[in-house]
Design a protein around this ligand. Structure first.
Ligand code: NAD
Length: 497
């Protein structure tokens, strides 16, 4: 017994902070728990405010005067490309780390890390194509042009569900634009973010361009209010996003916020019901429902409600729960204890409000640990808490509608606006409805597809700003207008223009 405890203790890897290109050891450590085994598997630093100061100072000096500052955009692009190669080489290891840390399926994390490399390639190509304009000037004798300059030092604050991918949404465009970073990953899944630091160094990025401080939310809050930060790029819960926006406002620090959702998955009677059923399953049970874009409200046209329900209940009962690393597993555990408890609480809330369990509805006793059964609830109305609040777990609320107008009204009757899907074989209806849905991403006959080339972000309380694509890189720049006087003559000093 003692020796096995010792063996375990030896196997636990300790991670320090990553500041100015070096791992900085510390005695203040937090345990990282593997949500599948319930065992600690690594330890990460529990940073203090002084660490925030050091990390911001390193990023600040790298931005203001270090070698990074004088690289050309083409040289930055070359570094990003090299980083993409290294990530591709190490995708397996990084995916294993992430799946151990947050319980997400290895088949998904491996795919994500491979795709992360592609993000770096995409933004590598964009680095030296980010150009200003020559302005069509109305001012005689003035030549006016714009420059897109890097915004500065970015605080990237990320959640636990896809730490690597959601960091990359910020890092790849931000580095391409010439910014430097202090990253604060979630206390529930920090390790892949620290591991990335080694790869960034190996790729040849100058010290101080990428810094990581790990710790609780209070350390994120200290970072947000730090005067050395020019922009906060945040992904996480809506309530945290509001607190960050309020704090950032004190220094007028720029913010981009990728927040929560309660996304509608709208199935019309003219849809291919087998394909739609598959999409409903992907929408809510992919990543055990722990995704911001989860299709947690299934809006179904009355006439096909029972037929679709039968299909999704049958599919949900076949979902294989188990070890996230195993290639057979289709749903892993909840990523951490607070999240597990939150999902169970929502099952109670739904039952009290009158929702009826069509399948699942409890913790999964066979697998033990932090598993929740894939759950489908009927008899749900859009005003119930289960239909209005983000659960971030495998609970699907099925809601009926009578016609297209009602479907759109129900879909939009939410404080969120991150994503939505429409299922129909009528091309006119598909586009017509997509245009009326107040959400940053709409899929027609698909769910949970993302691309580095397409802007991603939320309407309403799902966020501010866009990540990915051309819109994504612009969030990491300031636009400067330069006026060049062309005559050399003095001008009327008391008149504008
Ligand atoms: P969270 O908001 O609790 O935490 C996110 C990060 O913010 C963590 O690193 C945390 O330590 C930090 N933090 C907490 N309080 C802070 C504060 N006051 N100031 C600064 N930082 C603070 O979110 P979570 O539980 O880690 O993640 C789940 C949430 O993330 C869900 O609401 C989900 O919808 C959202 N999410 C959104 C997207 C998106 O792209 N829109 C993607 C994934 C997850």
């Amino acid at each position: 017994m003692t020796s096995s405890v010792n063996r375990n203790a030896e196997a636990i890897r300790k991670y320090g902070l990553f500041i100015d290109g070096k791992e900085v050891p510390t005695d203040r450590l937090m345990e990282c728990m593997n949500p599948f085994t319930g065992e600690p598997w690594a330890m990460v630093a529990d940073a203090e405010e002084a660490d925030v100061d050091r990390a911001v100072a390193a990023a600040r000096s790298a931005f203001d005067e270090g070698p990074w500052h004088s690289l050309t955009a083409t040289q930055r692009g070359a570094l990003l490309r090299r980083l993409g190669d290294i990530i591709k080489r190490d995708a397996e290891e990084l995916a294993r780390i992430e799946s151990t840390d947050n319980g997400k399926l290895y088949r998904e994390t491996f795919g994500q890390w491979q795709y992360i490399a592609e993000h770096f390639y995409y933004f590598a190509g964009m680095a030296d194509k980010l150009q200003g304009d020559v302005v069509a000037s109305d001012r005689p004798n003035f030549f006016i042009y714009t420059r897109r300059e890097p915004l500065g030092v970015v605080a990237a604050i990320t959640p636990w569900n896809s730490p690597g991918l959601l960091l990359t949404y910020k890092l790849a465009p931000g580095l391409a634009a010439g910014c430097t970073f202090v990253v604060k990953p979630s206390e529930h899944a920090s390790v892949s973010t620290i591991e990335l630091g080694k790869r960034i160094k190996e790729a040849g990025f100058p010290d101080g361009v990428y810094n990581v401080i790990t710790g609780q939310g209070r350390i994120g809050a200290a970072l947000v209010k730090h005067p050395g930060i020019d922009k906060v790029a945040f992904t996480g819960a809506t309530e945290t996003g509001k607190a960050i926006a309020a704090s950032a406002a004190q220094n007028l620090t720029r913010v981009s916020l990728e927040l929560g959702g309660k996304s509608p998955n709208v199935v019309f009677a003219d849809a291919d019901l087998d394909v739609a059923a598959n999409g409903a399953i992907a929408g809510i049970f992919g990543a055990s429902g722990q995704t911001c874009m989860a299709g947690s409200r299934l809006l179904v046209e009355e006439s096909v409600h029972d037929a679709l329900l039968e299909k999704i209940v049958a599919l949900s009962r076949k979902i294989r729960l188990g070890d996230p690393i195993s290639s057979d597993t289709e749903m892993g555990p909840m990523a951490n204890v607070p999240q597990f408890n939150k999902v169970l609480e929502y099952l109670d809330v739904a039952a009290r409000d009158g929702a009826v369990v069509a399948s699942g509805g409890a913790a999964d006793s066979e697998n033990g640990g932090l598993f929740i059964e894939p759950t489908i609830l009927t008899n749900v109305t859009n005003d119930m808490r289960i239909a209005r609040e983000e659960v971030f777990g495998p609970i699907l609320s099925v809601i009926k509608f009578r016609n297209e107008a009602e479907a759109i009204a129900l879909a939009n009757d939410t404080r969120f606006g991150l994503a939505a899907a429409v299922w129909t074989q009528n091309i006119h209806r598909g586009h017509r409805v997509a245009h009326q849905l107040r959400a940053g991403t709409v899929w027609i006959n698909a769910y949970r597809v993302v691309s580095f080339a397409a802007p991603f972000g939320g309407y309403k309380e799902s966020g501010i700003g866009r990540e990915n694509g051309l819109d994504g890189i612009r969030e990491y720049t300031e636009t400067k207008s330069v006026y060049v006087e062309m005559t050399g003559e003095p001008r009327d000093p008391f008149k504008l223009g």
